[in-house]
Design a protein around this ligand. Sequence first.
Ligand SMILES: CC(C)(COP(=O)(O)OP(=O)(O)OC[C@H]1O[C@@H](n2cnc3c(N)ncnc32)[C@H](O)[C@@H]1OP(=O)(O)O)[C@@H](O)C(=O)NCCC(=O)NCCS
Length: 140
Amino acid sequence: MASVELVERRPTVDEYRRLIAAVGWKPRDPEAIALALAGSIFSFCAEAGGALVGMGRVIGDGGLHYYLTDIVVDPLHQRHGVGSRIVRALTERVEHVPFVNTWVGLFAVEGTAEFYARFGYKAQRATGPAMYRWLNRPQA
Ligand SMILES: CC(C)(COP(=O)(O)OP(=O)(O)OC[C@H]1O[C@@H](n2cnc3c(N)ncnc32)[C@H](O)[C@@H]1OP(=O)(O)O)[C@@H](O)C(=O)NCCC(=O)NCCS
C-alpha cells in the first residue's frame, strides 16, 4: 500500500463527494460542498499515490467557536493511524488560536468517542443532549 502523506489543503468538491460516498454518507449538493469547503478555517488531506484517502476540517467563527468536522478516512486506509494524524494536525492548529476560553467541539458519531478522547476531547456532561435538525431532506 502506498505511503500516506498529510497535506494542509482543502479537498476539491469531487474528492469530497467520492470520499463521503466511500463511507456511506448521504450525497450533498456540489454547490453546498464548494461553499462549505471555502468556509473551512483549517483543512488537511491525506493522500496516497496522489489520491485523496482522508480529510478533516475545522469550521467556526474564527474567534470564539471552532468545530472539527468531516473527519473521514477511506475504508481501505482505516485503522492505520490516518484519522489520528488528521485529528492531531487539526487540533494542533486550533491549539494555536491565541484567545482565552476558546471552545472546540465536534459531533462524535456512534462508536468514535474514544477515538476523539485520545486527543483531549471530552463528552459533554449529560445536562442536555446535543441537538440538530436536517433541512431540505429528500423523501426516501
Ligand atoms: C473515524 C475514522 C475517521 C477513524 O479513522 P482511522 O484512520 O481508522 O483512525 P485510526 O487508525 O487513527 O484509529 C485510531 C484508533 O481509534 C479507534 N477507532 C478508530 N476508528 C474507530 C471506529 N470507527 N470505532 C471505534 N474505534 C475506532 C481505534 O481504537 C483505533 O486504534 P486501533 O486501530 O489500534 O484499534 C474512520 O473510521 C472513518 O472515516 N469513519 C467513517 C466516517 C466517520 O464516521 N467519521 C467520524 C465522524 S465524527
